[in-house]
Ligand binder design. Structure first.
Ligand SMILES: [Mn+2]
Length: 347
C-alpha cells in the first residue's frame, strides 16, 4: 500500500505539472537595443538578465518556455537629427517594426510574452505587436515617457514611446521617418501609470489634460501599494476582462536596490506590486527594461540589478509564496527517538 500510494502521489504530481504547463506557456524575447537613449551599456541588459537565471526561474514555475533568443537589428546608416534634437529615429522606428512582428507572432501563438531589453523605446514595438488583442497598458516607471517629439528636451526616444501609442495625442505627433507603420492602439482610459517620481512639464500637462490616471511614488507611500493596485484594476479590468500589457522600467525601484540603470531617481516601489499583478491572471505581455550593467559601480551592483529584474519577472508569472511547485507533504523523521539516542552516545 505504501508503494501504491507513493506511486499515486507521484502520478498526481506529474498530472498537476502537465496541467500547469498547458495553462502557462511563455515566450522570452531578448532585445539588446540602446539607440533610444545616449548611455552605453543598456544593450547588455538582456545578457545580464539571462545570466541571472531568468530561464531557469521561469521553468521552475512549471511553464512551457519558448526562447526567441536575442533579436538582431538591421543596421541603419548614420542619421541626422530630427528638429536638431531627436537622434536615431529611423533606427528606433525600424527596430520596433521588426520587434512588433515577433511579439505579434508570440502572442497569437498563445504565449505570454516576456521581452527583456534594452531601452524603453522598444515598448513601441512590443505594445504594437500586442495591439490586435487590445490590451490595457500599465506603465511602471520613474518616468511617464510620454513626451511628444515636439516637447522632448532630451531628444531621446526612450522618453517618448507612449506618445506614439496614445490615440488621443496623434494630432500633436509629427510623422517621423521610420514610424509610418505605427497604428496608435492605446486610449487614455486603458492606461495607468504606477511609480512616477519625475515628470517634465509637458508630460504633466498631457497627463492632466487627457485624463490619464497615474499613481506617483508619493501616492503609493500615502495610499499603500495594495490600495493603488485595487484602484488600478478597478479602472482597467473592473470595466471588462481583457489582457493587459505591463511595461516595467527597473528604475522604479530605489537606486540602492537597482543601481545599474540609466536614469536613477531616489525613492522606490515595493515588490508587492508583482504579486498583485500576478493575482489578476490577465497579464499577457511584460517588458522589463533599462537594466544597464555598465553603469554599476561594481560587479555586485550589476548582479543585484539583474537579479532584481529576474525576481520581478518570476514573481509576476508565479508567486513568491511557493510558485507553481507542487508540494503536498512534509518529510517525517524516520525514528522519533533518533536525536535523543545520538545525544546519549555523545554523553
Ligand atoms: Mn524610466
Amino acid at each position: 500500500t505504501t508503494f501504491l500510494s507513493s506511486r499515486l502521489s507521484h502520478l498526481r504530481t506529474q498530472l498537476h505539472l502537465i496541467l500547469e504547463k498547458s495553462f502557462c506557456s511563455m515566450a522570452v524575447i531578448g532585445a539588446p537595443f540602446s539607440q533610444g537613449q545616449k548611455r552605453k551599456g543598456v544593450e547588455y541588459g538582456p545578457a545580464a538578465i539571462r545570466e541571472a537565471g531568468v530561464m531557469k526561474r521561469l521553468s521552475n514555475l512549471g511553464c512551457g518556455l519558448k526562447d526567441f533568443g536575442d533579436l538582431s537589428f538591421t543596421p541603419v546608416p548614420k542619421e541626422d537629427l530630427y528638429n536638431n534634437l531627436i537622434a536615431n529615429r529611423r533606427s528606433v522606428g525600424l527596430t520596433n517594426q521588426e520587434r512588433s512582428e515577433v511579439v505579434s507572432r508570440a502572442v497569437s501563438g498563445g504565449y505570454s510574452c516576456v521581452t527583456v531589453a534594452g531601452d524603453h523605446s522598444l515598448a513601441i514595438g512590443t505594445i504594437s505587436g500586442h495591439a490586435r488583442h487590445c490590451p490595457d497598458l500599465i506603465w511602471v516607471n520613474t518616468h511617464a515617457d510620454i513626451n511628444a517629439p515636439l516637447t522632448t528636451s532630451s531628444g531621446c526616444l526612450h522618453g517618448q514611446p507612449v506618445s506614439f501609442l496614445l490615440r488621443e495625442l496623434q494630432d500633436k505627433v509629427p510623422q517621423l521617418p521610420g514610424f509610418s507603420w505605427i497604428k496608435p492602439c492605446i486610449s487614455s482610459p486603458s492606461l495607468v501609470y504606477i511609480g512616477l517620481k519625475e515628470m517634465d512639464p509637458p508630460e504633466h500637462f498631457i497627463l492632466k489634460n487627457y485624463d490619464i490616471q497615474y499613481f506617483s511614488i508619493r501616492d503609493i507611500d500615502r495610499l499603500g501599494i495594495q490600495k493603488v493596485m485595487e484602484q488600478t484594476f478597478n479602472l482597467l479590468i473592473g470595466k471588462r476582462q481583457r489582457p493587459s500589457h505591463l511595461s516595467f522600467d527597473i528604475d522604479v525601484f530605489d537606486p540602492t536596490l537597482a543601481p545599474a540603470t540609466g536614469t536613477p531617481v531616489v525613492g522606490g516601489l515595493s515588490m508587492c506590486i508583482t504579486e498583485e499583478i500576478h493575482n489578476t491572471e490577465l497579464l499577457s505581455a511584460l517588458d522589463l527594461v533599462e537594466v544597464n550593467p555598465q553603469l554599476a559601480a561594481s560587479d555586485e551592483e550589476a548582479k543585484a540589478t539583474a537579479g532584481l529584474a529576474v525576481d520581478v519577472i518570476a514573481s509576476i508569472f508565479g508567486t513568491r509564496e511557493g510558485g507553481h511547485n507542487v508540494y503536498d507533504q512534509l518529510p517525517t523523521p524516520s525514528s522519533p527517538h533518533e536525536s535523543e539516542n545520538e545525544e546519549h552516545v555523545r554523553i
